[in-house]
Design a protein around this ligand. Structure first.
Ligand SMILES: [Zn+2]
Length: 486
């Protein structure tokens, strides 16, 4: 979590976390999985309680539950009462209870209703606690392509926290509810105990004012109505509206880009809405707003000074990451690496800006005419020239010198396994071998000449195979002595 902000929606947080590629990042989020249904076992377990006991025996922590023996209306009511009190002591929100028969065979003989789609069971939710309050104003916030209304109201206490804003989604929703101007009396809840929501308007005061200009770029707005659902949404007509640039900014500041640590997409969005950043170079002048930042929700002196430090640190950036950060169509990390294997960054930029040959870079292996043309067109665009120029005046670019081609590994086939120390990673070692005319394969075979493994005495299958076939096992140091000029 960045800057100590709470995530708005735990379900999205959990599912989003599971799609992360970095296992350690997933681990650091401490997600727990709590099973509540056993789908299949080879031998049927015919009561729900025993199914849970079976899962617990396997080491899972199952959903909280209790069994009511010979239930009566009174004993069920009593149990619901007890759980209602007990659940308030949990450190996570709980939105309902399920009551079902324990005997799973008997339960399947029950009927199914649409909403409570469990045979022989009944799921219900507690009524959301609601609060009455008064609208202060509507904040129009501009995200990727729409300008969405957010109700800002007199603070109320709901389920233990203070709530003062709630998204109104779109214009149709405002109309459905009857949202007016300041003073409109509204009723709010926390949907699923988490997301503040306006559920009712008890008295409309004045009329909803839909802004005619974009809150970010001041261009004109237009109301659009979707054909499928007849939902009215507000849009900024300016294709270059900085709010639409959110994705670009997100890539720019990402780890693979210039890497401004601690600057989340939500924060970037805030800065865009405030008009603090309209082009990349503006990120390097956020210190102008340090005082305002310190008073913003979610920021303290410490996080502001950390952010400004990260920004300063990002002023020194590798050429490849700089190029990737620019978000040039068809120019991903691989293309950046290939372009910079032939040109220095400044050569590359000036070549692209002055050439009349759109396919000039397609002579580089792995770069086709389309990618070359996309790169040249982007670099020749007047607006992009300024973006690059402004950035270059803020940044210090470090170049990784292209590896000089040679023939030190000519005709040899290598397999690399285990950790490397001298080279940054196995890919860098592989790139070196290939630049010297050698080959790198994934598994040891008769055609392998050397297995590179720093743990020469390892009992790994690759090492065993190499020993069987009489192939030399060498350490990284041996490799450097034999196959480099060092
Ligand atoms: Zn705009």
């Amino acid at each position: 979590m960045e800057m100590g902000e709470e995530y708005a929606n735990p379900r999205n947080l959990a599912s989003g976390s599971l799609t992360l590629k970095n296992i350690d990042a997933v681990k650091s989020r401490h997600i727990r999985w709590i099973p509540f249904t056993l789908v299949h076992t080879d031998e049927d377990i015919v009561t729900w309680g025993k199914q849970m006991a079976f899962l617990e025996h396997l080491g899972f922590k199952t959903v909280e539950h209790e069994q009511i023996i010979h239930p009566t209306q009174e004993s069920i009511d009593k149990v619901i009462q007890e759980w209602t009190v007990k659940l308030n002591t949990f450190d996570y929100p709980v939105d309902g209870l399920v009551i079902s028969y324990d005997d799973t065979i008997y339960a399947t003989s029950g009927s199914v209703t649409g909403h409570h789609a469990t045979r022989g069971g009944y799921a219900f939710k507690w009524q959301d606690e609601s609060a009455a309050t008064e609208l202060e104003y509507i904040e129009w916030s501009c995200a990727a392509s729409t300008i969405s209304p957010v109700a800002v109201f007199k603070p109320v206490n709901l389920e233990g926290t203070t709530v003062k804003r709630a998204s109104l989604c779109n214009i149709s929703e405002c109309e459905r509810l009857g949202i007016g101007d300041k003073g409109t009396k509204i009723e709010v809840i926390k949907a699923n105990k988490i997301i503040p929501k306006v559920i009712n308007v008890t008295e409309t005061i004045g009329k909803l004012a839909i802004p005619c200009t974009c809150p970010v770029c001041k261009a004109a707005t237009e109301v659009m109505e979707s054909e499928s659902s007849a939902t009215k949404t507000l849009h900024c007509i300016n294709p270059n509206c900085p709010a639409k640039q959110l994705k670009k900014f997100a890539r720019f500041v990402s780890k693979e880009g210039v890497n401004i640590d601690g600057l989340s997409e939500q924060t970037v969005q805030k800065f865009i809405n405030l008009g603090w950043i309209t082009e990349y170079a503006d990120l390097f002048h956020l210190d102008k707003y340090a005082n305002e930042l310190r008073t913003m929700e979610g920021f303290g002196s410490k996080s502001v000074s950390n952010l400004l430090k990260s920004i300063d640190k990002a002023r020194t950036v590798e050429a490849k990451r700089f190029l990737y950060a620019l978000f040039i169509p068809l120019v991903g990390q691989d293309v950046c690496t290939r372009l910079l294997s032939t040109y220095s960054l400044l050569e590359l930029i000036s070549t692209a800006q002055t050439t009349t040959d759109l396919t000039i870079f397609s002579t580089i292996s792995g770069i086709g005419p389309e990618k070359s043309a996309s790169f040249v067109r982007w670099m020749q665009d007047e607006k992009n020239r300024n973006i690059v120029e402004n950035l270059l005046s803020e940044l210090e670019i470090t170049e990784v010198l292209p590896i000089e081609k040679g023939s030190l590994c000519e005709g040899k086939t290598f397999v690399v396994t285990g950790d490397v120390r001298h080279y940054k990673n196995r890919n860098e070692l592989k790139a070196y071998i290939e630049s010297q005319g050698g080959k790198v394969t994934g598994s040891v075979s008769k055609s392998t000449n050397y297995l590179i493994n720093n743990d020469i005495n390892s009992t790994s299958s690759k090492n065993q195979k190499a020993r069987e076939l009489g192939i030399d096992i060498i350490s990284e140091e041996d490799f450097i002595n034999k196959f480099t000029n060092k």
